[in-house]
Design a binder for this molecule. Structure first.
Ligand code: MG
Length: 391
């Protein structure tokens, strides 16, 4: 094990995930010589095609709208660094946390949630589409990088973390990985942390992106407790400060406050619960990595504000309408004529149809469409539907 793997092991609390106690990989492999197991997972994720595509996938703003907005890639990196920081303080496995954070959005469609909704609608008769489950499908099946197995063959712990939500129906088909949804258990603390780090990251960076785009106003934000309090503190301390530095100093302090709260609240809950191991963690009725009630209320207030003022802003909604149309039309065209798919995908669709009928074909088309970046989807749509060009 290298210094990073060894350092991880030294810092770990008993309730953390441990490389040596991993439940392993679907296709057994010898232990890595120069890395820990979760370090190998993280590296496989970073080397994957799906990871590179995240740079051209929408977080809130479509990729071509501006170079400074978060994309899925920079979002995932912000999630990972928030996750790692908290993991270090709580004695959790930093590298496992990082691996889950970097992989959590790999299954996202182009155009963010609008894309996911559109594809789910298209797939309604064929088992639906859920980006979380798709992230698992990407790492388990769709990546083609290794001679010996399909997908990335990640450890159970990383896969458990990627699968945040799951319907009971899907859980029944996922074997060991689906069990916790059926018996209402919890995933590892690292998985719980990655989930919360995601929410902390987007709540804060969407304030920054929303202000930059001019879609949310300072006046409105000052009414939101979390922003208002930190903004007032910044202005009291630096009365002459203006512009971007005010915004960034405020957001920096907001993240700090929420992160501190997660650390303090979670540490107390872990100690109170008496958990001694990851298996104890998995049998808990509630997550142990959590915000205090007071900060959760503020976090939710900000989320509601962003929902009403940013995600439902008419400019964002205008984009999401177009995005839905593009994805729906791409799916329908390719579902109707698989010759529109590149050869490899066409062959896979024909094969899937032989074994799984129309649903088999639909799943391959959905995999293909979900894998597209924003700009690729726009280009494909343009190619198929010229001169009708919604962008
Ligand atoms: Mg996310």
């Amino acid at each position: 094990m290298t210094s990073e793997g060894a350092a991880d092991a030294l810092r770990l609390a008993s309730w953390a995930a441990h490389d040596a106690a991993s439940r392993g990989r679907v296709y057994p492999e010898p232990s890595p010589e120069m890395r820990g197991e979760f370090q190998r997972d993280r590296d496989r994720i970073v080397h994957s095609n799906a990871f590179r595509r995240l740079v051209y996938k929408t977080q809130v703003f479509v990729n071509h709208e501006g170079d400074l907005y978060r994309t899925r890639l920079t979002h995932s990196m912000e999630v990972a660094q928030i996750g790692r920081t908290i993991a270090g303080v709580l004695g959790l496995h930093e590298t496992l946390t990082e691996a889950i954070c970097l992989a959590h959005d790999l299954g996202h469609t182009p155009f963010g949630h609008a894309g996911q909704d559109a594809l789910n609608e298209c797939m309604r008769e064929y088992g639906g589409f859920e980006h979380n489950l798709q992230s698992l499908r990407v790492v388990d099946l769709l990546e083609e990088r290794y001679a010996e197995f399909p997908g990335l063959n990640l450890t159970y712990e990383t896969r458990e973390g990627i699968l945040k939500h799951c319907s009971l129906n899907n859980a029944r088909q996922l074997g060991e990985l689906g069990e916790r949804f059926l018996r209402r258990g919890q995933p590892s603390l690292e998985a719980q942390l990655a989930n919360l780090a995601d929410a902390i990251a987007y709540n804060n960076h969407d304030v920054d992106d929303g202000l930059r785009a001019g879609l949310v106003e300072m006046d409105g934000l000052r009414e939101v407790t979390l922003f208002g309090r930190e903004h007032a503190a910044v202005m009291a301390r630096y009365p002459a400060l203006t512009g971007r530095r005010v915004i960034h100093e405020t957001i920096r302090r907001m993240i700090n406050r929420v992160v501190r709260d997660v650390v303090e609240t979670s540490r107390a809950r872990i100690l109170d619960s008496g958990v001694r191991s990851i298996d104890d963690v998995r049998t808990q009725a509630e997550p142990l990595i959590t915000l205090s009630d007071a900060v959760r209320t503020e976090h939710v207030e900000l989320k509601r504000f962003l929902n009403a003022n940013l995600y439902r802003h008419h400019r964002v909604l205008g984009m999401t309408d177009k995005a839905r149309k593009v994805l729906r039309e791409l799916f329908e065209a390719m579902m109707g004529d698989i010759d529109l798919l590149p050869r490899e995908h066409r062959d896979a669709a024909a094969l899937a149809e032989q074994s799984g009928g129309k649903s088999g074909r639909a799943r391959v088309v959905a995999d293909y469409v979900a894998g597209m970046t924003d700009r690729y989807a726009i280009g494909e749509h343009r190619r198929l539907f010229t001169p009708a060009d919604p962008f």
